[in-house]
Design a protein around this ligand. Structure first.
Ligand SMILES: C[S@@+](CC[C@H](N)C(=O)[O-])C[C@H]1O[C@@H](n2cnc3c(N)ncnc32)[C@H](O)[C@@H]1O
Length: 233
């Protein structure tokens, strides 16, 4: 464990204050409302039992959904240690007893079964230029860690190893980029999964990611919610 945490801010969802820093911000705050709306629309009155936030960063999405009672328990999986340190601090300081932070490279280590899997994984398979403008990312190094999944290796490993951790009727809902969706679908298919449903994560015509000044990053691609199922849709 590090001696010093570089905490820049907290982000509040209902009563939960989520610690984050510039180097750990993967942009999940943009999608919390959209995830919440999705569950309200497609799974009304349902509380999932045990959810997994894959590639959780500091846990914006997973802890956000927990704070909205979308699930009874959340496991947050992240490979970048500073993000995990912040998650542990968030869990401790908010007295959350139904969240587990796991520091690991991908899902093979997980032992539980999940009836919901959400995630905002890296969205490009090779180096993709940093969006222009006054963006949130500290450095090229941070951008690569947050945004690039080389040759879809992490996605492939996820789809390969998650199968035996899925409860019956498990819902898998990932945030992906429209520029990448065809090749991700192919990887999913090679691993036995199919795309059941995809639509814009943001409501209305406003479905682009935004830079820090709020400008739409139209040259970056559109953000999609993609629901995957094992087998055929
Ligand atoms: C786009 S960021 C999203 C972070 C956070 N979910 C959010 O929405 O702000 C992607 C995250 O995935 C993590 N990551 C990448 N590959 C991973 C792997 N194989 N296992 C676990 N985490 C991974 C990165 O460290 C990064 O924090």
């Amino acid at each position: 464990m590090k001696q010093f945490l570089d905490i820049n801010w907290t982000y509040k969802v209902n009563d939960t204050h989520i610690y984050w820093s510039k180097e750990t911000n993967g942009g999940g705050t943009q999608y919390i409302q959209a995830y919440f709306d999705y569950f309200k629309k497609y799974h009304p009155n349902k509380t999932f039992n045990h959810a997994l936030d894959w590639c959780s960063g500091v846990g914006f999405l997973g802890l956000g959904m927990l704070a909205c009672d979308v699930c009874n328990h959340i496991t947050l999986l992240e490979k970048f240690e500073p993000a995990c340190d912040l998650m542990h601090k968030t869990i401790k300081d908010n007295n959350i007893d139904n969240a587990t932070a796991v520091h690991n490279d991908n899902v093979a280590i997980l032992k539980d079964n999940y009836d919901l899997i959400i995630g905002n994984p890296p969205q490009f398979r090779q180096y993709h230029y940093l969006p222009t403008g006054d963006v949130q990312f500290n450095s090229k190094e941070d951008w690569i860690r947050l945004a690039i999944d080389k040759n879809w290796n992490a996605h492939r490993e996820f789809f390969t190893n998650i199968k035996n951790k899925m409860a019956p009727d498990c819902v898998i809902l990932l945030t992906e980029n429209s520029a990448s969706i065809n090749s991700i679908s192919q990887v999913a298919q090679e691993c036995g999964f199919a795309v059941k449903n995809k639509h814009f994560a943001m409501s209305g015509p406003d479905h682009y990611a935004r830079d820090r000044k709020g400008a739409a990053m139209k040259d970056w691609g559109e953000i999609l919610f993609v629901e995957f199922v094992l087998g055929t849709p």
